[in-house]
Design a protein around this ligand. Structure first.
Ligand code: GDP
Ligand code: IMO
Ligand code: MG
Length: 428
């Protein structure tokens, strides 16, 4: 099993960090392929809790080489502070590899992110304010700054000047902000250059060679399928491709080398930021999911919007990612409900619809059609095998599996590494 992708099947925060960390000890490389420090991945190891934003969750497994691929956008200040935070806690980060082709988030990208959101007012996306969208926009506009540019001062200066030429006009004339000095940006970026240099590598070559040598490579997605810029709830999305294809473009590894695609799926649904969310709850059940599930953003500290499980979305994730398996997380959070509603289809303008509508307006009008499944009250956090689960919890998992279109190969029953029921090995 040389290469597998692990990604979010909903709107992010499904528990990708925990799932990656669980496999980390058995894989040789864990690779981030898109996004940046908009991600917030929580990993609980024993009594230690880690919040990772930019670094791959595999960094916590000493055997594993963590890699930041070309598709990631990297804020060098955040990278260095995340590394030193881990070093202070005794984590060895020296094996990290960083693609020289990854694009850099600079202070002007975070400024543009924040002023654009303010300008949009009630139409805002609710971004994390980390400069993600503006950095990807510059990449596509061919005015981005790459990690490798840090090692040629004259090129770096030319590129920063070119990027700011236009942006400063907008900042000053449209947003009424002070222009940003290219020289100050270059100076700041150069302070990071030497510190980052030991990690910079031709990651595409290294990863392809590793796969050819039979090493196990795990691609870890940030965000989730419905936040994908092509396949998500556009424009309420992030600016990259968390879906499976992103693992190829974001690392330079071809699709024929990837054997398995695992969708991380929460037993209910959450979303942060603006945008449609058919099963969202505004009542005491939503509040209970938020409280019991600890649904508060790791990156921004915002409360997550909460709702029941949506099988239409799970089926869609199976389709657009070619999922081979699901990892169902946070089943323990649903303990205590007498009945658990599950959205099996939508009603749109009086018609029942089984698949996610491609029209944004239809999706905004979608009303969930619920089926009620019987709940359970027993504590499931100590369950080690599927048969340890109460019958109704087993039936809930089986029903979700049937509706979602791929086997559920693992179940999370708590935040810790060991609080997992493994049904089929991901690595066989
Ligand atoms: P990510 O962004 O997909 O990595 O997910 P987050 O870390 O943002 O949010 C998931 C939260 O759920 C974290 O606090 C995890 O520690 C926690 N978590 C993960 N799996 C489980 C589980 O099976 N049960 C419970 N109770 N918590 C879990
Ligand atoms: P992980 O990896 C949940 C959301 C933001 C906003 C939209 C665009 O922890 O699952 P951006 O800053 O990316 O331009 O914001 O995407 N968003 C996330 N929501 N989990 C995440 O990451 C997210 N990363 C971005 O809230 O709605
Ligand atoms: Mg998260």
């Amino acid at each position: 099993m040389p290469a597998l992708v692990l990604l979010g099947a909903q709107w992010g925060d499904e528990g990708k960090g925990k799932a990656t960390d669980l496999l980390g000890g058995s894989v040789d490389y864990v690779v981030r392929y898109q996004g940046g420090n908009n991600a917030g991945h929580t990993v609980v190891v024993g009594d230690q809790k880690y919040a990772l934003h930019l670094l791959p969750s595999g960094i916590l497994s000493p055997e594993c080489t963590p890699v930041i691929g070309n598709g990631v956008v990297v804020d060098p200040a955040v990278l260095l502070s995340e590394l030193s935070g881990l070093n202070e806690r005794g984590v060895d980060t020296s094996k990290l590899l960083l693609s020289g082709n990854a694009h850099l988030i600079t202070p002007y990208h975070t400024t543009v992110d924040k002023v654009t959101e303010r300008f949009l007012g009630s139409r805002k996306i609710g971004t994390t304010g980390r400069g993600i969208g503006p950095t990807y926009a510059d990449k596509i506009n061919r005015v981005g700054i790459r990690v490798q540019d840090l090692y040629d001062e004259s090129i770096l200066t030319q590129k920063v000047e070119a990027a700011l030429d236009f942006k400063n006009q907008i900042l000053a004339k449209l947003y009424n902000r002070r222009a940003i000095s290219p020289a100050a940006i270059v100076e700041e970026m150069l302070t990071y250059a030497e510190q980052i240099k030991p990690f910079v590598a031709d990651t595409t070559l290294i990863l392809n060679n590793a796969i050819d040598d039979g090493k196990v490579v795990l691609f870890e997605g940030g965000q989730g399928t419905l936040l994908d810029v092509d396949h998500g709830t556009y424009p309420f999305v992030t600016s990259s491709n968390p879906t499976a294809g992103g693992a190829c473009t974001g690392t330079g590894v071809g699709p024929t080398k990837i054997n398995r695609v695992i969708g991380i799926l929460k037993a209910y649904t959450t979303r942060v930021g603006a945008g449609p969310f058919p099963t969202e709850l505004f009542d005491k059940d939503g509040e209970a999911l938020r409280t019991i599930g600890g649904e508060r953003g790791v990156t921004t500290g915002r409360d997550r919007r909460c709702g029941w499980f949506d099988a239409v979305i799970a089926r869609y994730a199976t389709r657009v990612n070619g999922l081979t398996d699901f990892f169902l997380t946070k089943l323990d959070v649903l303990t205590g409900w007498e009945q658990i509603p599950v959205c099996v289809a939508y009603e749109i303008d009086g018609k029942r619809v089984e698949e996610l509508p491609y029209s944004q307006s239809d999706f905004h009008h979608a009303k969930p059609v619920y089926e009620m499944l019987p709940g359970w009250s027993e504590d499931i956090s100590k369950a080690k095998t599927f048969s340890d689960l109460p019958k109704n919890a087993q039936a809930y998992v089986k029903a979700l599996e049937e509706m979602s279109g791929a086997p559920i190969s693992a179940i999370g029953v708590g935040p810790g590494r060991t609080e997992t029921i493994e049904i089929n090995s991901f690595l066989s």
